[in-house]
Design a protein around this ligand. Structure first.
Ligand code: COA
Length: 155
């Protein structure tokens, strides 16, 4: 797939925020609302159809974080996630950041694979992050999601 075929554009109006997609990556509406206040939300379109979402949030002058990334279920497994990650990196570089970070659950096996295949390295574990910040227990792949694995990519 040609990377140029996936176009990202910043969402300017609250009504255009694709909450359904954001909820696929993050079950907590509260958490989503909180990082949307300070972050920038982008939608990804393929052949003019909305297929993905990305939220970037500045951590400090050199580091930016992917707070949310999701590809519509029917479009998953086709390489779009990888391309969207690449675009997040390109955009972060253009904005002048030197490091891109992303956090995921200890139970998110596929995501851990994808991020490491895309050049991210595990930096640290935020122990019990999901137990402390999410009201409902989360299970994936038969594993309880308790800890946040934080990965980083130097650009
Ligand atoms: N073991 C090894 N590799 C795995 C894997 C596993 N269990 N599960 C996935 N992968 C790999 C795939 O093989 C592929 O790599 P490859 O191209 O080298 O084969 C890669 O991960 C997936 O690539 P891609 O098709 O680009 O991903 P995608 O378009 O499905 O998007 C997500 C990935 C995570 C964005 C998408 O699945 C999604 O939206 N999930 C729900 C929301 C979510 O969990 N967001 C992230 C929150 S941290």
């Amino acid at each position: 797939m040609n990377i140029k075929e996936l176009k990202i554009e910043q969402v300017k109006e609250n009504k255009d925020i694709p909450f359904k997609l954001l909820k696929m990556a993050d079950p907590s509406r509260e958490q989503i609302e909180s990082y949307l206040k300070t972050g920038s939300c982008y939608i990804a379109k393929h052949q003019s159809k909305l297929i993905g979402v990305l939220v970037l949030n500045s951590v400090n002058s050199t580091t930016i974080e992917i707070k949310n990334i999701a590809i519509k279920e029917s479009e998953q497994g086709k390489g779009f996630g990888k391309v969207l990650l690449q675009q997040a990196e390109n955009l972060s570089k253009e904005l002048g950041y030197k490091k891109l970070i992303i956090g995921t659950g200890n139970s998110s096996i596929g995501q851990l694979a994808l991020y490491q295949k895309s050049g991210f390295e595990i930096d640290r574990i935020d122990k019990n992050f999901f137990l402390k910040n999410y009201k409902e227990p989360i299970f994936e792949n038969g594993i309880q999601c308790k800890h946040m694995v934080v990965l980083e990519k130097k650009m």
